[in-house]
Design a protein. Structure first.
Length: 332
């Protein structure tokens, strides 16, 4: 991989966050010239320490109001990981949600159009806007029925980027992510992923809560997600390949939430959980069971997840065990 990425100029928005920093780490190891742009907003899980050892240059700034032209100039590849992802937060404040996932994305598109018209773009999208699945597994042609404000804004962001391909010919693709987990994820609470608070509770010697229990989910370990983004970027170099298309990205085989709770306890070698019903405010926007049909992306790129769920959970718990206190401290 080092030969492919060596010397390429790469911009990673949301670069100090969970997935963005993991990309920066991999790209740095491969010899890319990486700039990580992040607003370092409280509650997002973004931390400067996430970039330790990556070699990336961190630029602190907000897509909503900063001058983006200097950062975009000369960029070869943009990995667009920045966005508001909190479902409950989007319901409480849909205006900020739209500003981050809509207006800010348009500003970035405009800057890139002027400063880097040939840059390839891989946009981090979500499975959330499918809503409650009509059948499983869910393919890309499933109806779009967003269950919350975040689903609406994230779909708008994806479509703005894909429009760049249709109208301006920019090589763009979007990966619709499922539940991602692993080192550097937010563990303070369940704002980013409920697996984060599970890890925290296990390592603190407290029971975690499993809501429902019967619902199915698929999970993507961070290393597999990074590999998928890198594969997507390379696929954009082939005419008629990934450009202009959104792709689902899944992970290991789907598992019930209760079985996931058992797997978490087994991976940690300690801990327990409580089965509870969904809180009313979350039940109203919950999508039920979900797992992705990502066969289109696998066929195009040859990508497949390599880290099984049990192994990924073990790696995650082991990584956080000596670092938990630091990741519960203020995000800086």
């Amino acid at each position: 991989m080092s030969g492919v990425w060596h010397g390429r100029r790469v911009l990673v928005t949301g670069g100090a966050g969970f997935l963005g920093s993991a990309l920066c780490q991999a790209l740095g190891e491969a010899g890319a010239e990486v700039v990580a742009l992040d607003a370092l907003m409280p509650g997002t899980g973004a931390r400067r320490r996430n970039l330790d050892g990556s070699g990336a240059r961190l630029v602190e700034g907000d897509l909503r109001d900063m001058d983006l032209h200097p950062l975009a100039e000369g960029v070869d590849v943009l990995f667009n990981m920045a966005g508001q992802t909190s479902h409950a937060g989007s319901q409480a404040d849909p205006f900020t949600d739209l500003a981050i996932n809509g207006h800010a994305q348009l500003r970035l598109i405009a800057a890139l159009r002027e400063a880097a018209p040939l840059a390839r773009v891989v946009h981090a999208s979500t499975r959330q806007f499918y809503g409650r699945p009509r059948s499983l597994p869910v393919a890309e042609d499933h109806p779009i029925v967003p269950p919350d404000a975040n689903g609406v804004s994230k779909f708008a962001a994806e479509q703005y980027w894909l429009l760049e391909n249709r109208v301006h010919g920019r090589p763009v693709t979007a990966l619709r992510l499922t539940n991602c987990y692993g080192p550097r994820m937010r563990v303070v609470d369940a704002r980013q992923t409920f697996l984060g608070i599970w890890v925290r509770r296990v390592l603190e010697g407290q029971p975690f809560e499993v809501w429902g229990g019967e619902q199915l989910r698929d999970f993507s370990y961070v290393d597999d997600v990074v590999a998928a983004f890198l594969a997507a970027a390379l696929a954009l170099e082939t005419p008629g390949g990934a450009a202009g298309r959104p792709f689902n990205l899944g992970g290991d085989a789907p598992v019930s939430l209760q079985s996931l709770g058992d797997a978490m306890v087994a991976a940690a070698g300690e801990g327990s959980y409580l089965l509870k019903t969904f809180p009313a405010e979350r039940a109203a926007i919950d999508i039920g069971s979900y797992h992705a049909d990502d066969s289109a992306f696998r066929a195009l790129t040859g990508w497949a997840p390599r880290v099984a769920l049990a192994e990924g959970l073990r790696r995650t718990v082991d990584w956080f065990r000596p670092r938990l206190a630091a990741y519960l401290a203020d995000e800086i």
